[in-house]
Design a protein around this ligand. Structure first.
Ligand code: PEP
Ligand code: MG
Length: 562
């Protein structure tokens, strides 16, 4: 047997598995020259559009809403005149049908990818998937077979949304892909199937063949091809520990948790209907962050007030606990063509989040009205993202109040809060807290702005740890400021779902953590097992540490007991 090979990717969906592999190879498709290539391409695009729409309907029927949404978007892309136009242009420039398709696909996807943005990069992959389907249709090559005969870890260079949507969750043990980042479709689908995923491993398809064994850890990103007995044992133990943690966490479903006799709310982060359903199923203590911008992306115009109201109302009605609705956070890594300010050198430092509202007042006002109306159905709180100064807070708050007053029939104001994700605001939290009803730390952005490291830059992963002492210190300032002001102070960035960071937040006096729905009960379990006796010391040690690594060890030492 060949030697074991260890590869390192990005852990994208938690879980550990050891099992047989199904390798899905990419076949190079060459489209033959056809008599009327323009028409042939247009016909094939229509056929693909129909196939994708049918797959979307199937996915929807199986309750796979995210997959259905992606497939619907792709079916629309197949009939987009921009695609047929790009191919037609190349044909008229004298290229063969195959070359025209290859070049048009490369140009359209590069155009999106060059905008250096993970959401548009994901759209670039969609364009490639759609064009690949059209090319296969023209070349008479069937779609790749991705249905394993027995449960297997699926390994591929990349996986299309359509492919993952066809997979039976019973047959999939996990995913490993050579390319892609933590926001790729395969990750979304892996999380919804509850199986581990590792992405961005580099050349793994060459290192393994179908039927061989692989061990993967979806948290650490480790992939061991042909593991020896010792590694199999180790990964099996990790897998047992992960399953035991998930099962133990079940006991916390619907229960409340406290730290040092102070209640600690564990709410859910929600971006769409399936997150909302899962948050309800997991018994989350309300919603700590409703990311509304996803309603605004990938469409030619903003959603209407009624469309927004309908979603906000459903979210509000689903819980007795507060539902924190964040006004659109567009710009940075989440542009919407009809809203973004053109020509920014540094979009993360540009007109992003609340800074955008003055440029698109009517869109903001419509959204605020939809949020305030939804408050009739639940305990709705309104939160603004990407705020840097007290002036901005005062201005936004009075604007929201004006919108409430000026709406025909009048609308009641709701609790108003802001995200703390810019160091300037964390450093002036005492003054800021006088003007808000609650605060929520966006640790993803607070980390990127504190360490001056673009959160989407794959090469700067080592600077994205919210346990860096500088970020822990800022969080502590916010926790103390919120406590003095007597207001709710939460953390809703990804770090709230990291048991080590969650422990330090609980110990510094944070009153709410908001995490992805699947993590709610694991975080409740992690908080419940803490011994408050050593908490203050652990926070002090983390703040005084010289690195994220040593800050983590200090907190781990406390968590694992004397
Ligand atoms: C954050 O920055 O931590 C956050 C929760 O907001 P987003 O990830 O949507 O920017
Ligand atoms: Mg943010």
């Amino acid at each position: 047997m060949a030697e074991p090979v260890a590869l390192q990717g990005v852990g994208a969906a938690p879980g550990v598995v050891v099992g047989p592999v199904l390798v899905i190879d990419l076949v190079e498709v060459v489209v033959p020259d056809l008599p009327d290539p323009d028409q042939a391409f247009a016909d094939a695009a229509v056929a693909v559009q129909q196939d994708l729409a049918a797959l979307a309907a199937q996915a929807k029927g199986r309750g796979r809403d995210e997959a259905a949404d992606v497939l619907t978007a792709q079916s629309q892309m197949a009939e987009d005149p921009m695609l047929t136009g790009a191919v037609s242009e190349k044909l008229h420039a004298g290229l063969s049908l195959n070359a025209a398709i290859v070049e048009a696909s490369a140009e359209l996807s590069a155009m999106l990818r060059n905008l250096d943005d993970p959401y548009l990069a994901a759209r670039a992959a969609d364009v490639e998937e759609v064009v690949d389907r059209v090319a296969r249709n023209l070349a008479g090559v069937p779609a790749r077979n991705v249905v394993p005969g027995e449960p297997a870890v699926i390994i591929s260079e990349t996986l299309t949304a359509a492919e993952t949507a066809q997979m039976d969750p019973e047959q999939v043990l996990g995913f490993v892909t050579e390319t892609g980042g933590p926001t790729s479709h395969v990750v979304i689908i892996a999380r919804s199937m509850g199986v581990p995923a590792v992405v961005g491993t580099g050349p793994v398809t060459e290192a393994v063949t179908t039927g061989e064994t692989v061990a993967i850890d979806g948290r650490t990103g480790e992939v061991i091809v042909r593991p020896d007995d010792h590694r199999v044992d180790e990964f099996t133990k990790r897998s047992d520990a992960h399953r035991a943690a998930v099962t133990a966490a079940e006991a916390w479903r619907g229960k409340s948790v406290a730290y040092d006799e102070r209640p600690l709310t564990v709410a859910a982060n929600v971006a769409n209907q399936s997150d909302l359903d899962r948050a309800v199923a997991e018994g989350a203590d309300g919603i700590g962050l409703l990311r509304t911008e996803f309603l605004f992306l990938d469409r030619p115009e903003p959603p209407s007030e009624d469309e927004q109201y309908e979603f906000y109302r459903r979210a509000a009605a689903a819980f007795d606990d507060p539902v924190v609705i964040r006004t659109m956070d567009i710009g940075g890594d989440k542009p919407a063509d009809y809203l973004t300010i053109p020509g920014e050198e540094n979009p993360f430092l540009g007109v992003r989040g609340a800074r955008l509202y003055r440029h698109h007042a009517e869109v903001f006002e419509t959204q605020v009205r939809a949020i305030l109306r939804a408050a009739a159905d639940g305990d709705v709180w309104l939160m603004a993202p990407m705020v840097s100064t007290i002036e901005e807070i005062v201005d936004l708050r009075s604007w929201v109040n004006r919108i409430a007053e000026q709406t025909a029939g009048g609308l009641e104001p709701v609790p108003f809060g802001v995200m703390v994700e810019v160091p300037a605001l964390a450093l002036t939290v005492d003054a800021a807290a006088q003007h808000v009803d609650f605060l929520s730390i966006g640790s993803n952005d607070l980390t990127q702005y504190t360490l001056a490291a673009d959160r989407t830059n794959e090469g700067l992963g080592h600077l994205q740890d919210a346990m860096h002492p500088s970020v822990v210190k800022l969080c502590e300032l916010v926790a103390i400021g919120g406590k003095h002001a007597g207001i709710s102070t939460s953390v809703c960035g990804l770090s709230a779902a990291d048991p080590v960071a969650a422990a330090v937040y609980a110990a510094m006096g944070i009153s709410k953590l908001s995490v992805s729905p699947s993590m709610v009960n694991q975080i409740k379990a992690a908080v419940a097992q803490l011994d408050p006796a050593g908490g203050a010391r652990a926070v002090a040690d983390a703040v005084a540490a010289s690195s994220a690594v040593t800050a983590r060890s200090a907190v781990e030492a406390w968590r694992s007991g004397p």
